[in-house]
Ligand binder design. Sequence first.
Ligand code: COA
Ligand code: ZN
Length: 314
Amino acid sequence: MDTNIKEIIITEVGTRDGFQSEKKTVDTKDKILLINDLILAGFKRIEFSSFVSPKAIPQLADADEVIKGIKRKSDTTLTALVPNLRGAIRAVDAKIDEIVVFLSASESHNNKNLNRSIKESLLGFEEVIKLANDENIPVHGDISTAFGCPFEGEIPSKKIVEITKEYKKLGFKGVTLGDTTGMATPPVVSRAIRDIKENIPDFEITLHFHNTRGVGLANVLVGLNEGITNYESCFGGIGGCPFAPDATGNICTEDLVYLMHEMNIYTGIDLNKLINIAKKAETILGYSLPGQVMHAGPRLKKYSIENVPTATGA
Ligand code: COA
Ligand code: ZN
């Protein structure tokens, strides 16, 4: 594939999208350890947690504590999901670098995930951006179920364009198109990107894919082809929204970094350090994670020949 892109920015969402869907609530100290390792592995953007209702997502109820333990670096932006003014106040108190608000492209998923209509979510964001502006904190907007909804099916790209226009009007710095249940396919992705670019030029687009149907990295290639340089992914390939049926893991960060490096696209991330982080996460969670490069290792990894039997006919 021929792309002019030489560098991408990856936002690691493992301790947010990843841990929100785990049965086991990960200890605060383990979250801090992993995030500090991610910073040392070269990540420049980390969505470290969510300031949402602890009743909705108990796994992330410790966001205010986690951030206190992070050894922050000035060139690593820490972001967190915020659904409402209450969340924004917590984020400001935590001295977050960037607030990420979110709603769904479909009314039914917005209702399940946020207990309100899309219009009510947008109205609430007005209060969030007002506070964020007073505090000089940038706001970014996510659109969940952007490429398909598990309850409503196809999402017309004009719906995504409509919401993105509202985000621009509100003064957000960009939009993330979130593929909550892995319904994105190459034609759907390129259509959505083209429609946004045509209607809202000069607005930063980030892509957030889940690998539910095995085409997550194929969708990234489509994104690159359309000129997109911002992607979100989870170490170990974990992740999923607890309020969407059959939501499974995000695209895996090690697999994404591996692919980018093999295509000579710079990420700034040390793949070996990242593999170690994914292995630590595997130990913490206590089961084999779906990521592939964390198990297979880099392409030119050499195996000891002595341990492999020779096929003989006898
Ligand atoms: N942080 C902490 N507590 C919050 C909160 C926040 N951001 N927002 C609301 N609450 C608390 C309120 O203080 C209130 O507490 P009380 O009962 O002790 O008075 C309670 O939650 C209910 O508040 P309300 O505004 O009526 O919210 P709701 O019950 O309609 O729920 C959301 C709305 C948005 C708070 C909830 O649906 C939510 O947190 N969703 C996030 C889902 C998510 O993160 N999904 C995964 C990401 S895709
Ligand atoms: Zn997700």
